[in-house]
Design a protein. Structure first.
Lengths: 290, 388
């Protein structure tokens, strides 16, 4: 088992015919994921990468029973694409688009409220259940099926941690990139809840960074339940200058209370095993599994 | 992107938020002349930089007469203001804003931002305000209270009235201004609108004494009206140049240049450098859409910076940014520049071996490590040697 996506997931791609859409769909197909349709207004009835194309998400669902979507639509139209997928009741929507305007995400969050859709992203590397389903941009070369769950705000650090874990023969159940933006869909808490219910996940790694409330919310959640599985945490940006945006929009601290030290303190108080830096995550995981 | 106070107030005034009478000046003489247009009994001279923390750094001065406005402006213009939100070198003051200094009866703090949990706009308010407030708010979380708004005008108005009543801001004109500010916040794609202080004057008017607006850089495509502002007062030039090449770059004050793909790995790398007693010269995050030509531009920024003594290349290849693309970019930059800084390379993930091969084939002065902590330690050592 795994969380959110597995070998039965049927994926459509919104914006499949573009450069990035074509590139990542092709890689996912080679990885053996079940991609069933593409959506691009005006291209309905044609085929791309061997898959049928549709004008709308609703048509693609009706014809192919797709239950997940990868959104690779340019930023100005990404919110509309996410909302279309939410309204079509797609179970898992992954948006990898960077630089989506924040006020557009206000509309997306309103569409999400009261729906059953799980949104991953935007500005996310996506979700990967090794050997079963890849929806996103992450490399799969070093992925290995196994029993560690990863929830992360950073694509590059996920790759790093995942490669180190696999090299130590510690495989992954599912890895989720919650995305680098301030306003996004599923967060650490949503991932933790699902990993807790997953009998095939033994421990969870959280990869956090400065800014936002993900780590604080995760700490509050972990303190409120008997989680039952070890949680390992890494928070980067301990030495980053204040008041500057460091790559991800979500790193910009607006009101203080979200420094790496404060996050580490709260996670630690909630029982999370803190890894000092990116290179020591794997030994912390090994220690936790003993 | 932060707007200066002057631009922030100009924008808010268009929506009906009251601001003190003021004029912008670029020279001390101009500052003195503009006092006649403001016609006040007392003035305040404010440095226009796009960063917070000005008040504590001496960027806000009161002046009783136009000639002392001249003197204060002369001191500020051309000087560098170092606040906790600027780099260590500070930001040069190119303009000052002269305003009528008002007598205030009641001061508070209000701000609008987006609530990361619900996604709705939220109002933050405190019955305290002023220059030291930002720091105090950090110490004491309870100093600021938050109201999440629904976006529905009428419902918001009544919840605002109740909420603000708790801060002694119950008057309809004050609430009108907050509603106006909320419209400005939404219609201009602001990510932050801070009014500190929002004050009741001795004449009985609620006025935004200071205002700070952050616009969403990602929404500028639908706001051509901000184009000229972006040009004059966006990022530092190297950071702007990097943005155009799909690279997120932040200048820091150290001697070790850093090239990393990914924001998280970039932050992690800088943490490790500082933990190893090194000093990163920059933060860099190569975005996934960057080509090798874009990456070359990023490398050139480091080669041109004389304070940089060595380069740490830390890449985990994947997606569209594979190691050979980054290595190609670096070798392009090296082939076009005389200055060939030593490179410590740690390449992992997709096409790592190929990337190393490219660096060696093109005779880049490179040392290769597989282990990140060792690479960081060696890079710190090399940058330190170069600095001596």
């Amino acid at each position: 088992m795994a969380i959110l996506v597995d070998k039965n997931t049927r994926v459509m791609v919104q914006g499949m015919t573009g450069r990035a859409g074509t590139f990542y769909t092709d890689l996912a197909l080679r990885y053996g994921s079940a991609y069933v349709a593409g959506v691009r207004p005006g291209r309905g009835g044609t085929r791309h990468l061997g898959l049928p194309m549709f004008h709308t998400v609703a048509e693609a669902v009706a014809e192919t029973q797709a239950n997940a979507s990868l959104v690779v639509v340019p930023a100005p139209r990404a919110a509309d694409a996410m909302i279309e997928a939410i309204e079509a009741k797609i179970g898992v929507v992954v948006c990898i688009t960077e630089r989506v305007p924040q006020h557009d995400m206000v509309r997306v969050k309103r569409a999400l409220a009261g729906s059953d859709t799980v949104l991953i992203g935007p500005n996310s590397q996506g979700i990967l259940t090794p050997d079963q389903c890849k929806i996103g941009v992450m490399p799969t070369k070093d992925a290995r099926a196994g029993r560690i769950g990863i929830a992360s705000r950073s694509a590059s650090l996920t790759s790093e941690v995942l490669a180190n874990c696999s090299a130590a023969k510690i495989g992954q159940s599912t890895t989720v990139g919650v995305g680098g933006d301030v306003l996004h869909g599923i967060g650490f808490q949503g991932c933790l809840e699902r990993f807790r219910d997953d009998p095939d996940t033994d421990a969870v790694v959280l990869i956090g960074e400065i800014g936002g409330r993900e780590e604080e919310n995760a700490a509050a959640y972990l303190a409120s339940v008997d989680y039952g599985k070890p949680v390992i945490g890494l928070v980067v940006g301990r030495h980053a200058p204040k008041g500057r945006r460091m790559g991800h929009a979500g790193t910009l601290s607006v009101f203080g209370h979200d420094s790496a030290d404060e996050k580490i303190e709260q996670l630690s108080a909630a029982g999370v095993l803190i890894a000092e830096d990116a290179s020591t995550v794997v030994e912390t995981v090994i220690g936790a599994l003993k | 992107m932060l707007l200066s106070e002057f631009k922030s107030k100009e924008l808010l005034a268009q929506y009906g938020v009251a601001v003190p009478r003021g004029r912008l000046a670029r020279t001390a003489e101009q500052a003195e002349e503009r006092c006649a247009e403001i016609a006040a009994t007392k003035y305040v001279v404010k440095a226009q930089i796009a960063a917070g923390g000005r008040g504590l750094a001496g960027g806000i001065r009161f002046a009783a007469t136009p000639s002392s406005v001249h003197d204060e402006a002369a001191k500020m213009l051309g000087s560098k203001l170092v606040t906790e939100q600027t780099t260590a070198e500070g930001e040069t003051v190119h303009a000052v804003y002269i305003e009528a200094a008002l007598t205030l009866k009641n001061q508070c703090y209000v701000a609008l931002a987006l609530d990361p949990d619900s996604g709705n706009p939220m109002l933050l308010a405190s019955s305290e305000g002023g220059v030291e407030f930002e720091q105090r708010a950090r110490m004491d979380e309870d100093a600021v209270r938050t109201l999440v708004l629904s976006g529905d005008g009428e419902a918001d108005r009544s919840s605002l009235a109740e909420f603000l009543g708790g801060f002694g801001i119950a008057e309809a004109p004050a609430i009108d201004q907050i509603v106006a500010a909320q419209r400005a916040f939404v219609e201009n794609d602001m990510t932050l609108l801070e009014i500190n202080t929002f004050a009741l004057t001795a004449d009985g008017d609620w006025v935004a004494i200071d205002a700070k607006v952050a616009l969403d850089q990602n929404a500028l495509f639908r706001h051509p009206e901000f184009d000229s502002i972006v040009e004059d007062q966006g990022l530092a030039s190297a950071e702007q140049e990097a943005q155009k090449s799909n690279i997120n770059f932040v200048k820091l004050s150290g001697n070790l240049g850093v090239i990393v793909n990914g924001a998280g790995l970039g932050l992690a790398t800088n943490d490790m450098i500082i933990d190893a007693n090194g000093q990163p010269a920059n933060f860099m995050d190569i975005r996934t859409t960057a080509t090798s030509f874009d990456i070359a531009k990023g490398v050139e920024i480091l080669l041109k910076d004389k304070t940089v003594k060595a380069i740490l290349l830390n890449v985990h290849g994947g997606g569209m940014t594979v190691c050979d693309t980054v290595a190609e970019g670096l070798t392009f930059a090296y082939s076009r520049n005389q200055r060939k800084l030593p490179v410590i390379a740690r390449l992992a993930g997709q096409n790592a071996d190929w990337g190393v091969q490219i660096l060696r084939d093109r005779k880049v002065p490179v040392e290769v490590f597989h282990d990140m902590p060792r690479a960081v330690a060696r890079a710190v050592e090399l940058a330190g040697k170069g600095a001596r």
